[in-house]
Ligand binder design. Structure first.
Ligand SMILES: [Zn+2]
Length: 426
């Protein structure tokens, strides 16, 4: 048995709600959380990580990220959804070769790990052919991140070809259990025609895939119509993550909650691209499991600290003080266990509950931006940044240590990324 003991840290657990244990230890055995408490005995042969004065917490769960876009960072500042669809998805995306997909996805996944995101839902709408898909999955696996690969077929309008290729991906690339699993990245009834949407939900059911889909962020009428479509066809009971959800009413959120749906909010991007009113607090108030996502570095930040802060200020700033109940604790919960619930992974990750996978991070506090913080949860949500992320474990495996990613040639990757970006954007 391999053991790691993180000793004497300020430990923040997140389930059922964020709580702080001062001067506590976390014991990891065979990749799982074995115990959390004060003065735990050191097992023979255990690696001991001194976490004195540092904050130990579960890794962040990014519930919505277009990971392949790492090489086109900041290409669309100050844009809107229309501009994003035209420039990024219409003009840039079709130029991506499988190599570009691999490079971008690996860089995006490592950027996530570097900033303490240990699980991401990779919403991958760059799947123009089988080689693109193979490249995406290989990159996620090479990164060491825990991921749900949200497969979005873009090989054309032939629905039988869509079904055949999705079945191949499911059977050939995800025939074993590992840290990367698959979901259906459905275009859904607000973007695709009804026939494709129906096929997406039926195929997901047949292949035992959860669904993640952009719904609720295209205006109130479209949101209502899309939900009515799923209801009319009896599809709402299928495990579905509704991404954006900005225009749902309280009543619509209740229907989502009642059918086991979850919401992924990407507050920084939703605000920047004008996707509608902030969703996080309203979804939570209706009882919907809700997580956060970075979404796209094309128009916004890629780290969860920035995303938590965006969620926090957008909720607190809602008209008529409607969001003042939203706390730093709520933001941290949404970024960890809330995200795991949203992604259907709460039995695996998102908190320090013994038995779960040891996905966790250690934050340094000996920087001017973190020193003398009186509330550890608020310090993480309001003040921490990627440079504070000292150590990251995924399933007990060290992927970042002493502030440096382990086993990755980052300079070579950055060179490939620059070459890819140069070719794609010029
Ligand atoms: Zn998206």
């Amino acid at each position: 048995m391999t053991s790691t003991l993180l000793r004497n840290g300020v430990v923040i657990d997140t389930a059922p709600e964020p709580t702080v244990l001062d001067r506590a230890d976390v014991l990891v055995e065979d990749g799982r959380i074995a115990a959390v408490g004060s003065g735990l005995p050191v097992p023979p042969g255990a690696e001991v990580i001194d976490a004195t004065g540092r904050i130990v917490l579960p890794g962040f769960v990014d519930t919505h990220r277009h990971t392949w876009q790492a090489g086109i960072r900041a290409l669309l500042p100050d844009g809107t959804l229309g501009g994003y669809l035209q420039r990024i998805l219409g003009e840039i995306a079709p130029g991506y070769t499988p190599d570009d997909v691999h490079t971008g996805t690996l860089a995006g996944a490592l950027e996530s790990l570097d900033s303490g995101i240990t699980t991401l839902v990779d919403w991958s709408h760059i799947q123009f052919g089988p080689a693109h898909t193979d490249a995406s999955v290989a990159a996620l696996r090479a990164s060491g991140v825990r991921a749900v690969f949200g497969y979005c077929y873009l090989g054309g309008d032939d629905l039988d070809a869509f079904a055949a290729e999705t079945t191949r991906v499911r059977r050939e690339l995800f025939d074993t259990t590992g840290t990367v699993s698959m979901a259906m990245g459905a275009l859904g009834p607000e973007i695709a025609d009804g026939e494709r949407a129906l096929r997406e939900w039926r195929l997901a059911r047949d292949l035992d895939l959860t669904i993640t889909t952009h719904m609720g962020g295209h205006g109130a009428e479209s949101a209502a119509r899309g939900l009515a479509f799923l209801e009319r066809h009896g599809l709402m009971d299928h495990p579905t993550m509704y991404v954006h959800a900005n225009f749902y009413t309280g009543e619509e959120f209740k229907r989502i909650a009642g059918t086991g749906g979850t919401v992924s909010a990407t507050p920084a991007i939703e605000a920047a691209l004008d996707l509608g009113p902030a969703a996080t607090g309203r979804a939570l108030a209706a009882g919907v499991p809700t997580g956060l996502g970075a979404d796209t570095v094309v128009s916004g930040p890629g780290d969860m600290f920035s995303v938590m802060r965006a969620a926090y200020v957008l909720e607190r700033g809602r008209p008529d003080s409607a969001g003042l109940a939203f706390s730093t604790s709520d933001a941290l919960r949404a970024a960890t266990i809330g995200g795991a619930e949203t992604a259907g992974l709460a039995d695996l990750t998102g908190s320090l509950t013994p038995g779960k996978q040891a996905d966790l991070l250690v934050l340094r506090t000996d920087t001017l931006g973190m020193a003398s913080a009186h509330d550890p949860i608020a310090a993480v949500v309001l003040h921490a940044e990627t440079r504070n992320v000292d150590t990251v474990l995924v399933g007990g495996r060290t992927v970042k240590r002493d502030g440096v990613l382990v086993g990755q040639d980052v300079p070579a990757l950055l060179e490939s990324l620059a070459a890819s970006a140069e070719r794609l954007v010029g």
